[in-house]
Design a protein. Structure first.
Length: 148
């Protein structure tokens, strides 16, 4: 029987430094945001730059590895990354009593693409030379116009 597929891949720039915390049960979780730029033609036939923001959540060992890379200065605001995972939609009640919806990427792979971190994947502890991360070569898009 056919099973569904929930998979997302993005390449973008960290919008803020990763932040690690622990759940009440003791599980590590690290969050960060990623800005993905794209360009399209507007109604007046001029190019329009747009930025989509994604919240990324890493759990357990990957959370610890991302936090470790952030502590070493490899994952900071503006770092270009590849993130692979699944979309998760959470509904919750905010402090003001209003119902809210959060759409997040639950990551299973994070790969640093910026020059300082070339070849330094963060993927459940598997080194790149053992096939832990795909070889993307140099990124084709220039994200220097990210507003941060």
């Amino acid at each position: 029987m056919f099973q569904g597929l929930n998979r997302i891949q993005i390449i973008g720039n960290l919008g803020r430094d990763p932040e690690m915390r622990y759940t009440p049960g003791g599980s590590p979780v690290t969050n960060f945001s990623v800005a993905v730029n794209r360009r399209r033609r507007g109604q007046d036939d001029q190019w329009v730059d747009e930025t989509d923001w994604f919240t990324v959540v890493c759990w357990e060992r990957l959370a610890e590895q991302v936090d470790n890379m952030a502590a070493k200065g490899f994952l900071t605001k503006g770092t270009k990354v590849y993130v692979e995972g699944r979309l998760q939609i959470r509904r919750y009640t905010g402090n003001d009593g209003m119902e809210r919806t959060a759409v997040e990427i639950v990551a299973n792979r994070v790969l640093i693409l910026s020059s300082r971190g070339e070849g330094m994947p963060v993927e459940r502890g598997i080194p790149a030379e053992q096939g832990g991360a795909p070889d993307f070569g140099p990124p084709e898009d220039d994200f220097d116009d990210v507003p941060f």
